[in-house]
Ligand binder design. Structure first.
Ligand code: SF4
Ligand code: SF4
Length: 481
């Protein structure tokens, strides 16, 4: 049954929490809009995935096994994951209550619901109790799916990813995030009636942090001797925990938001405690933000933080020799010319592009706009540098051959660099001894794909590049199926 809405005072701790939630939401939303406008790459804006701690969990297996990241994920995601887990170990789900931008959006809509008197308590609801464990199932399914496929399987369903792509327009939302957009809409509309529905029932990151928070030292403690049983704490709790009836809040559903403490009319009746030590909500908030943003600042200062792809300078600075295979879609012709020591007009000539071509444009946009393939730039650079290309080995050291591979490099891993957009699956199979079935599975293509279709015709509709085929071929030759 609904009870009257309470309006807690705007204490310094509540102000800090609201500023933090709103600030993170605004920062990531603006960043997402700029990413859509200016693109990614080393000089563009990071993808929204680069600021997602859950992306760190999704890429964890690939990072541990291969030292690389899933597409769109960078070291920043792993560092944010480390920050949220560290926070959960110390201050339980403080990330959810003080930082999460999707939590901020839900609270915004919940505030409207409270003002309109539409908000309903779910305390004692069997449906609510039955739905809460669902988020743990979501967590397991996503992690198993992502680790098995090597793809971000959650992305199309992720309401936050959908929100970050709103600036891309309705077309992209419809094509890539139809379900994510529906989930976002339902979450926000649902928040008007029930606070934080995503956090309660579906959030996989909340499930992870809830599990970790079992080890957390902090908790809300209620002193029965001074409690007036006014119910204000129950009404203020965004996840409907029956604080008034508990001596301690130990459930992993608690977001550590301290709203109950802020609203309690009797001083010191509700306390945030770490062991025997009493923490004021303000101290708790400062500790939360200090740990989380302190970690980001330290990793930025020490150069560990990275939320964008590496630049050409970084690639060459890491000791890789100038292999045209290192050319990526986010690079411009100008960058490529400078990095490879070839003249930009020469590249244009070899590519038969007009002399007034915009050299600063990323080739992933430039080449398709001209009806061409990104891979053709690699071939042009190979030609200009006199690199072996399709008939020889790479200039970077070739990975060691698997036991079944040829030891002399004939048809070896390095020759995968010679694959072009015109190569067919049949040719890949015959020339590199990589089963087409395995390759199709690896690339996420249907098993009945025509083996005689050129790679570029298979990959272009999926915005994939031939380089992915080369890497898959090299992986197969190195490690087998
Ligand atoms: S019990 Fe208190 S700290 Fe926990 S979620 Fe509810 S209001 Fe926030
Ligand atoms: S703990 Fe405080 S807010 Fe909650 S019922 Fe008791 S007096 Fe009211």
């Amino acid at each position: 049954m609904a009870r009257a809405a309470s309006r807690p005072r705007l204490t310094p701790a509540r102000a800090l929490r609201l500023v933090s939630l709103l600030g993170v939401w605004v920062f990531i939303t603006i960043n997402a809009a700029l990413h859509q406008k200016t693109g990614g790459g080393p000089e563009g804006c990071p993808t929204v995935d680069a600021f997602c701690p859950f992306g760190g969990l999704e890429t964890l297996y690939k990072w541990a096994a291969e030292g690389t990241f899933l597409p769109r994920i960078f070291p920043s995601s792993l560092l944010l994951l480390a920050g949220t887990v560290l926070l959960a170990l110390v201050l339980r789900r403080a990330f959810c209550g003080w930082i999460c931008p999707l939590g901020a959006m839900q609270e915004l809509f919940a505030g409207v619901g409270r003002r309109l008197g539409w908000r309903r308590s779910t305390q004692g609801s069997k449906l609510d109790a039955a739905l809460r464990p669902l988020k743990y199932v979501v967590l397991v399914v996503i992690i198993a799916g992502t680790w098995l496929t090597g793809e971000l399987v959650f992305r199309p369903y992720d309401p936050w990813a959908a929100w970050a792509h709103v600036p891309a327009g309705l077309g992209e939302l419809h094509e890539e995030f139809l379900i994510g957009t529906l989930v976002l809409g339902l979450t926000l509309l649902g928040s008007v009636l029930v606070d934080r529905p995503w956090c309660r029932y579906l959030c996989p990151l909340g499930a992870l942090l809830g599990g970790v928070s079992h080890l957390g030292a902090t908790r809300v403690v209620r002193r029965e001797e001074t409690c007036r049983h006014c119910g204000a704490c129950d009404r203020a709790c965004p996840v409907d925990i029956p604080v008034e009836a508990l001596s301690q809040v130990r459930t992993t559903e608690c977001l550590s938001c301290a709203e109950c403490v802020a609203v309690c009319p009797v001083p010191d009746t509700l306390q945030l405690r770490a062991g025997r030590r009493v923490l004021s909500p303000l101290t708790f908030g400062i500790a939360t933000l200090g740990i989380f943003f302190g970690l980001i600042l330290i990793t930025q200062a020490t150069g560990v933080w990275r939320a964008r792809p590496v630049t050409m300078a970084e690639i060459t600075g890491q000791g890789a020799t100038l292999d045209a295979a290192n050319i990526r879609g986010f690079m411009s012709l100008q960058q490529i010319a400078e990095s490879y020591g070839v003249s930009a007009p020469e590249i244009l000539r070899v590519l038969a592009l007009p002399p007034d071509t915009d050299l600063s444009r990323q080739i992933r946009h430039l080449m398709p706009a001209a009806g061409r393939e990104v891979d053709e730039v690699r071939q042009a650079v190979v030609q200009l540098l006199g690199q072996p290309g399709s008939s020889g080995g790479p200039t970077t050291p070739a990975p060691p051959s698997a036991a079944g591979g040829s030891g002399d490099g004939s048809g070896g891993a390095g020759e995968a660099q010679g694959l072009t957009g015109m190569t067919t699956l049949r040719q890949v199979e015959e020339q590199h001894q990589v089963p087409a079935d395995w390759l199709l599975d690896k690339l996420g293509l249907p098993a009945d794909t025509d083996r005689e279709t050129p790679l570029r015709d298979l990959l272009r509709p999926r915005e994939q590049e031939v380089q992915e085929v080369r890497e898959a071929v090299e992986e197969y030759r190195r490690s087998g199926p």
